[in-house]
Design a protein around this ligand. Structure first.
Ligand code: FE
Length: 232
């Protein structure tokens, strides 16, 4: 497996390039529009052909690169059917497995941050988007967010993965790059150490977060795979 963790500093977003060594086919998870040139150079230098862009959800903080990559490289954009992005080529749901060369990518529906959030499981690792973050979780106060649902998603769909599964999140604001399921079950500040559903809901209710900076631009753009022309 070819693997690169890519970081966009303005919104602290992680994107992931995963490629099959044999077939040279690849996927990009949560590509960011401003980073397209970097992706093109990386794909070329690694001699990889981009087959899919996979969204973990419709993002509120950055614009996806899925639409531009589709135009430039012919890649197909993949998103959960409840995400509200009808521009996508492939609408997936719980239990779907995508195959790209020798890579198997299992889709797990993990709603709560948004209703259309998914995590992607690949052998020894899981890409959790904004459901499970390292030491934390995605916010649940907009985009059909629901703290109870997020607790259920994380505890039943992610914490049940093998303990040494690597956790690669959609963001990190402290410079962490990777965690494990075992570490999150033990130490996650919001859900770890045996916290109850009620405790988690109370923590999320009391966060009182600021309105996201880019949401009014990012949401409509991402529902069109990042290709919306700006309106006044
Ligand atoms: Fe998000």
């Amino acid at each position: 497996m070819i693997f690169r963790q890519l970081y966009e500093p303005e919104t602290s977003t992680y994107s992931y390039l995963v490629g099959c060594e044999r077939s040279r086919r690849a996927i990009l998870i949560d590509p960011v529009a401003s980073e397209i040139e970097q992706y093109l150079a990386l794909l070329q230098s690694l001699n990889l052909r981009l087959i899919y862009t996979l969204e973990t959800h419709v993002h509120a903080d950055h614009i996806t690169g899925a639409g531009v990559l589709r135009e430039k490289l012919g890649s197909k954009s993949v998103v959960h059917r409840d995400a509200g992005a009808m521009c996508a080529d492939l609408l997936v749901t719980e239990g779907v497995t995508l195959q790209v060369g020798d890579l198997d990518i299992e889709v797990r529906h993990t709603p709560g941050h948004t209703s259309g959030c998914v995590s992607y499981v690949m052998t020894d690792r899981v890409f959790t988007g904004d459901a499970l973050l390292i030491g934390g979780s995605g916010r649940t106060d907009f985009q059909q967010g629901d703290a109870g649902k997020l607790y259920d998603s994380i505890t039943t769909r992610l914490f049940t993965l093998p303990a040494d599964t690597l956790v690669y999140p959609g963001h990190d604001y402290q410079g962490n790059t990777v965690s494990t399921i075992k570490q999150e079950i033990a130490k996650n500040a919001r859900l770890g150490g045996g916290r109850t559903r009620e405790e988690f809901i109370a923590i999320m209710r009391d966060l009182k977060l600021a309105y996201p900076k880019f949401i009014d631009k990012a949401l409509p753009a991402n529902q069109s795979c990042g290709l919306v022309v700006e309106r006044d």
